[in-house]
Design a protein around this ligand. Structure first.
Ligand SMILES: Nc1ncnc2c1ncn2[C@@H]1O[C@H](COP(=O)(O)OP(=O)(O)OP(=O)(O)O)[C@@H](O)[C@H]1O
Length: 931
């Protein structure tokens, strides 16, 4: 790091190392206590631990005293049940399911001529660990009309069974078949979209269309102008990302359901949809989701109505009535139960571990429990495999918690990954804290792992939200938690460290089970609850499906630990059939309304006949439980409602047409009911827009809160209201909020929400509360400070910031479509501030990679006020500024840490300088063109 201009240490506050040196004496005591733990432990140190201890005692760097580790506990031991001779957990080496190799079956090789894949693609799959395909993948791919894209496909395979590969191959074949071909891959969650984008970019790396023999003259029209014209461009569309990206920007769009729907609407409107050749619906059981599933159905129905050659591929791990989807998509179906890694399932209660497979015995046990009198002891009819000893520690008194901790401890100490699912964010954190206290302390980890954990702590400290106080305590022992309260950066760092084996235990909330892909040797469910409710069979399957990592584990294990009082319900749950999926289009009137409004607005169907044809192509129409008369009644009343809401009109020729308002609602991706609310809000704003402050714009960018989920700390609301300036108070008044109401709520009143009017009023209060948070973010207040101030998890604040970016674009489109040009321009200007998280003066700087919000301000304050000034700076010059912009000073160990940190910052500075250079060149080009 010789070329670093400033000695890094000069900028720090007192480091942890300094602190540690000062506390040397305390540290030594702490270490002796650590040693004692082994002598008391039921779980004796392994031979390698024994070997390491004396040496570590000598070499122990003083840094550890500064690590925020908690006092240690001992996990309960787990013993074999009496008189049973079960093989020990980790000596059970299962024979792998006899998967044939390509030498036996040449069709298991992706280079086989049957698949017609470019050699580079086959090589990329091999580099990602897929050297041959599973027999079921082969059978599925060779299904009739699939490889040539002529038939649709719906298939089901267990979690981790390798579903994605089949869809990836079919989709890539379509995209590579013609230079202009496009594909959309739909996933339900942002995190899955991001992961898929990374995976696909690796898979298509180095694939040249020219090498595939695509004619040059074809390419010239479409690709010639782009530097990346010869590559396959994979773009992610979600939340606030790429909101303005157009159809021309990608070959493969990986989208959330909402973004895919908006993209397809746009492409139908401008007739570019003919380029769409493949659509993949991953996790297609989501069609059944009460909140968002109907969007998947109305999107797919639109595709089915297009009547153009296009392959639809739908897949899921939890489909029972696959025939419904097969009929709906008029495609081929395939089902397999193949799992490359066998899974052992267990139920744990009352400190005993039972094999989950012995269904009859389990149910018998429950019956016995039911019929017992209060005084009778429980006599399970089922024989348990092992017993978890009760703990002497008061922290582990609860038998379920004790089991969770002991089971996590066992696997982590054996060197394997553990995933624990807890019912709430607080539960996940407290489980992680306890588990970290029973695992080997930091000092007992290998020097390499120690270094990596320290790196992880430093990385977390260096992100804008800083290091979470609980993660600081758990990570040294290799434990972390992962939930929606953390920011995406934190979650990504935790997930990557877990994946790399730096962390051994990850405790997640059940609600994240479907949204993360963190496989583990052992999956432990702490009570199988999400909040207060027991999880459903599909969710349970998702969670248990995370057990067993392909390539890393030979067996996967699941342990469902439950309370006695939950036993019957849990046993039922474990043996419940997966529910059949069904359409949600008419379970709530607004859904079919939205479906009809959209197809009318994008002119896919405007006559009554065409609308009926559209409805006849929905999954709803293929469901046996839906009576055709009842569907017709819903259609009739929906059309009437849409007319009443002035979203559509009937023309003289009997055809329907969307009004401006109807088009605005569709263009901004709103539900019709939300559209009415937004229209009223914006109309009020147009009459008296408060331009002498920013509160009114921010309010109009704030997404509409879900009344069932919204929470407000009325004390904070009241305090904030007191601080509002005169302009913002006018906004409060114009929006229709009453200070006395906020005061009443603060004193325990409840807000009525029976009528639509009352609901709309409640929404306005909640929306204003969120708007206050957004206002702070736009004024460079860091996410974690906003989170603290408004009593909200920082992950939620970040998610508000992200969704509001997408919502803001929707509002701009709404105003543009309505012909409210001035309003659209005002909102559009402010939407950049929302993205930058900064005031207007920083907008240009905030376009540079890594320079957002506070960092942008620090650059500005140090004289870097333009893109050009950063583009022309030596990256070394930028390092001290980046250091200054760190909200939390990074703790470093010895000289090596300091050097590594400096290198990281220099690498970041180079990326910044490159990004600024690119932007500067574009600016200069524009200037030249304007001259
Ligand atoms: N033929 C194969 N050979 C080796 N590894 C494979 C093969 N097919 C898939 N895999 C790997 O197995 C793992 C799980 O595959 P994948 O994610 O496709 O499973 P899935 O069925 O889609 O699971 P989920 O339900 O979680 O989405 C991935 O790491 C994938 O790369």
């Amino acid at each position: 790091m010789a070329d670093l201009p400033v000695k890094l240490v000069a900028v720090w506050h007192k480091t942890s190392v300094d602190a540690a040196r000062e506390q040397q004496a305390t540290y030594q005591n702490a270490f002796v206590a650590g040693q004692k733990r082994f002598s008391n432990s039921d779980d004796p140190p392994s031979s390698s631990q024994k070997r390491r201890l004396p040496q570590q005692q000598k070499q122990q760097p003083p840094l550890q005293a500064a690590l925020n580790e908690l006092p240690r506990l001992t996990a309960s031991s787990i013993e074999q049940a009496a008189q049973k001779d079960f093989p020990s957990e980790y000596s059970q080496r299962r024979a792998f399911p006899s998967t044939p190799t390509p030498t036996i079956d040449p069709l298991l090789s992706l280079s086989h001529s049957a698949y017609q894949l470019p050699p580079q693609l086959v090589a990329n799959f091999a580099a990602s660990g897929i050297r041959s395909i599973y027999p079921w993948q082969k059978q599925c791919l060779l299904g009739p009309g699939l490889l040539n894209g002529q038939r649709n496909l719906v298939y089901s395979a267990p979690t981790g069974g390798g579903k994605s590969l089949v869809a990836d191959i079919l989709m890539l074949k379509r995209v590579l078949s013609e230079p202009e071909a496009k594909a959309i891959l739909v996933l339900p969650y942002v995190a899955l979209v991001q992961e898929k984008v990374r995976w696909l970019r690796n898979i298509v790396a180095g694939i040249s269309r020219e090498a595939l023999g695509q004619k040059k003259e074809d390419k010239q029209q479409f690709w010639a102008q782009r530097a990346d014209k010869d590559t396959v461009r994979v773009v992610g569309f979600y939340g606030g990302s790429k909101v303005r990206a157009t159809w021309a920007d990608f070959d493969i769009a990986v989208c959330t359901i909402e973004k895919a729907n908006a993209l397809v609407n746009g492409a139908i409107c401008d007739c570019s949809v003919s380029k769409l050749q493949a659509v993949v619906l991953d996790e297609c059981h989501m069609i059944d989701d009460g909140h968002r599933g109907y969007l998947l159905e109305l999107l797919t129905t639109k595709l089915l109505c297009l009547g153009q050659p296009m392959q639809i591929v739908a897949m899921s791990a939890t489909l029972t009535n696959i025939d419904l989807l097969k009929n709906w998509l008029q495609g081929h179906s395939y089902e397999t139960h193949y799992r490359p890694i066998p899974i052992e399932e267990h139920l744990v209660y009352d400190g005993k571990i039972y094999p989950a497979g012995t269904t009859a015995s389990l149910l018998k046990t429950v019956t016995q429990l039911d019929s017992r009198t209060q005084a009778q002891p429980i006599q399970p009819a089922l024989e348990h495999l092992r017993i978890i000893k009760p703990s002497a520690h008061k922290e582990l008194k609860d038998a379920v918690l004790n089991a969770v901790v002991a089971l996590a401890n066992e696997t982590a100490r054996a060197g394997f990954g553990v995933l624990v699912f807890s019912s709430s964010r607080a539960g996940a954190e407290s489980d992680a804290l306890l588990i970290s206290r029973v695992l080997p302390a930091f000092s007992e980890a290998s020097p390499t792992i120690q270094e990596k954990r320290l790196d992880l702590l430093n990385e977390l400290r260096s992100i804008p939200t800083g290091l979470d106080a609980n993660l600081e305590k758990t990570i040294p022992s290799g434990v972390a938690f992962h939930h929606a309260g953390l920011t995406t950066e934190e979650r990504e760092l935790v997930a990557n460290a877990y994946d790399a084996g730096i962390l051994k235990v990850c405790v997640a909330t059940c609600s994240l089970a479907a949204g993360i892909n963190l496989p583990a040797r052992r999956v432990i469910l702490h009570n199988a609850r999400m909040g207060r409710d027991l999880v459903g069979p599909s969710m349970l399957r998702q969670m248990r499906g995370r057990a067993g990592r392909k390539g890393k584990d030979e067996v996967g294990e699941t342990y469902l630990c439950c309370r006695q009082s939950d036993l019957e319900a849990v046993v039922d749950l474990m043996h419940a059939d997966l529910p059949e999926i069904s359409s949600c289009l008419i379970s709530d009137q607004r859904r079919i309304q939205r479906a009809l409004l959209e197809v009318i607005a994008i002119k896919l169907a405007t006559s009554r006949e065409a609308l009926d044809d559209y409805v006849s192509k929905t999954m709803l129409a293929y469901s046996t439980e839906a009576e055709p008369e009842s569907i017709q009644r819903h259609v009739e009343s929906s059309l009437e409602n849409l007319e009443k809401m002035q979203f559509i009109t009937m023309e003289n020729d009997g055809n329907f047409q969307a009004t401006l308002l109807g088009q605005a609602v569709v263009a901004s991706s709103l539900d019709p009911d939300d559209g009415v609310f937004i229209h009223n809000e914006l109309k009020k704003a147009l009459q008296a827009f408060v331009m002498d402050g920013e509160m009114h714009v921010v309010y109009n960018f704030t997404p509409i809160p879900d009344l069932e989920m919204a929470t407000v700390n009325w004390r904070v609301f009241w305090n904030e209201m007191q601080q509002l300036d005169e302009s913002a108070m006018r906004v409060l008044d114009l929006v229709g909020l009453k200070p006395f109401m906020i005061n009443k709520m603060l004193h325990g009143a409840t807000m009525k929400q029976s009528t639509q009017e009352e609901k709309d009023t409640a929404r306005r209060y909640y929306r204003f509360y969120l708007a206050l948070q957004l206002r702070d973010l736009c004024n460079e207040v860091p996410i974690h400070r906003v989170a603290q101030k408004y009593d909200t998890p920082r992950g939620m604040v970040q998610s508000l910031a992200q969704t509001s970016q997408g919502f803001a674009i929707g509002m701009v489109k709404f105003c543009e479509t309505m012909g409210w040009g001035a309003m659209a321009v005002t909102l559009d200007h402010f939407s950049d501030r929302l993205k930058a998280g900064a005031k207007s003066d920083l907008l240009a700087l905030a376009k540079i990679t890594f320079i957002k919000s506070r960092t942008a301000r620090v650059f500005w304050d140090n004289g870097f006020k333009t893109v050009a000034s950063i583009a022309n700076a030596d990256p070394n010059e930028l390092v001290p500024i980046l250091m200054q912009a760190q909200p939390n000073k990074v703790r470093l160990g010895e000289g090596k840490d300091e050097q590594k940190y400096g290198e990281k910052l220099l690498a970041k500075a180079k990326v910044i300088a490159d990004s600024a250079n690119r932007l500067w060149q574009i600016e200069m080009q524009q200037d030249l063109e304007e001259e």
